[in-house]
Design a protein around this ligand. Structure first.
Ligand code: MN3
Length: 212
């Protein structure tokens, strides 16, 4: 059977370029950690996602439904790895370029955060406590519920996507060990305390507005 999908319509995923150098998030994230995380870990998800996408297209073209079902999990895992990391890089910035600059108290996002959690500090405390407690690998997210349009914190295991739970993510922190071990060893809460120094709230707010 001719596989008309091959090389023609399959989207090729690519590793997104960072808007900052590997050294620019230091000392919150060291250059070595950031380089490995982006150029090795994230690249591996992109490579595996492209393989999985091609395989699932082939299986669909051959009407091999058993294979389509078997490949689904692998596709979801690598798609999650790609999309979650892509968002993570986008909402970080060096300290001298928006990183750690707090939201204006007049901004809609700031007002929503304080309405739900009481204060910005209470939100950070909630986010860090919940995210630190994730068993094994996962991610903490701030997102917008697609139905109610309200802000929600959720944590996901492994590379699950908040999109599959009806939530548009606007901020995320990676708490797989590869995201902090090199710099923080086993002390995940220390990494979570420090990471906010390089969170780009301007980028988060733009995503919030887009999600509404
Ligand atoms: Mn990671």
């Amino acid at each position: 059977m001719i596989n008309k999908f091959r090389f023609s319509t399959i989207y090729k995923y690519v590793l997104p370029q960072l808007k900052y150098d590997y050294g620019e998030l230091s000392p919150v994230i060291s250059p070595t950690l950031l380089e490995f995380h982006h150029s090795k870990h994230h690249q591996a998800y992109v490579n595996n996602l492209n393989v999985a996408t091609e395989q699932i297209h082939e299986a669909i073209a051959k009407n091999d439904t058993a294979k389509v079902a078997a490949l689904q999990k692998n596709l979801n895992f690598n798609l999650g790895g790609h999309l979650n990391h892509s968002l993570f890089w986008e909402i970080l910035a060096p300290k001298n370029k928006d990183g750690g600059v707090p939201l204006s108290d007049k901004s809609q996002l700031y007002q929503e955060i304080t309405k739900i959690w009481g204060s910005y500090d209470a939100f950070i405390n909630h986010f860090n406590t919940r995210t630190a407690a994730i068993q094994g690998s996962g991610w903490g997210f701030l997102g917008v519920d697609n139905q109610s349009k309200t802000l929600r914190y959720i944590e996901v295991p492994n590379q699950d996507l908040p999109q599959s739970q009806g939530i548009t993510p606007i901020l995320t922190i990676d708490v797989w060990e590869h995201a902090y071990w090199w710099d923080y060893k086993n002390v995940r809460p220390h990494y979570l305390t420090n990471i906010w120094q390089v969170v780009n709230w301007t980028a988060v707010e733009a995503k919030y507005k887009a999600a509404l």
